[in-house]
Design a protein around this ligand. Structure first.
Ligand code: 5GP
Length: 190
């Protein structure tokens, strides 16, 4: 997606270890107009797939997912990284290894909001090693619901997540696909 790639080129900062900082417009300060265009692009791809729920993970996916929920006209559910008291006993859970911290932690959604008849589009900001997406897919499948596909803002194709998830047969639609990032700050798109 041209405008997202341009924005990444203009405002993204490359850190060592294959990390891209886009906190001026994507995952700290958020550009809502850009998010709306991104949600429309996911809608163009998935509009005929009877999506009736959006799922993401807190915190960075929530803004994007809300915009998608508005465009698809369906509720938005986010997986929590901590169990809340009113979830006790009544939740689906899976484990996710954090790309940024390297730690493994559990994510949770209440059973109240994920049902077998749901057709779920998963939204997230980044796809790197695929752990977050894999964990979200697991939550949907524990509920017996259908994973329609995933909408990702930025996929780093030099990290293995996209290939791993697609090899399992899931449709992953990434709006910007980064092939390489140099130590000099350069960014190459696919
Ligand atoms: P994965 O689970 O695919 O390894 O990583 C995805 C998650 O890690 C995303 O939800 C995102 O929060 C974080 N992440 C992965 N790569 C990057 C990156 O280059 N920059 C930032 N800011 N977050 C990232």
């Amino acid at each position: 997606m041209e405008i997202l790639e341009r924005r990444i080129r203009e405002d993204g900062k490359v850190l060592p270890g294959g990390v891209l900082i886009v906190d001026s417009f994507l995952n700290h300060q958020m550009d809502a107009a850009l998010f709306l265009d991104m949600a429309k692009e996911w809608y163009r791809v998935y509009h005929d797939k009877q999506v009736n729920q959006i799922l993401t993970i807190e915190a960075s996916g929530i803004g994007l997912a809300c915009m998608a929920g508005q465009i698809f006209g369906c509720p938005v559910l986010f997986a929590r990284k901590q169990k809340t008291r009113n979830m006790s006993g009544e939740y689906f859970t899976s484990e996710v290894k954090s790309f940024t911290h390297g730690t493994v932690s559990s994510i949770y959604v209440s059973k109240k909001y994920l049902h077998p008849e749901n057709r779920v589009l998963i939204i997230d900001d980044f796809l790197a090693n695929g752990a977050a997406l894999d964990g979200l897919i697991s939550l949907v499948e524990q509920a017996g619901a259908a994973v329609v596909g995933a909408g990702i803002a930025i996929e780093k194709t030099f990290q293995p997540g996209g290939d791993l998830i697609r090899a399992k047969g899931y449709h992953v639609e990434s709006l910007a696909r980064i092939q390489s990032m140099g130590d000099d700050g350069s960014i190459e798109f696919c």
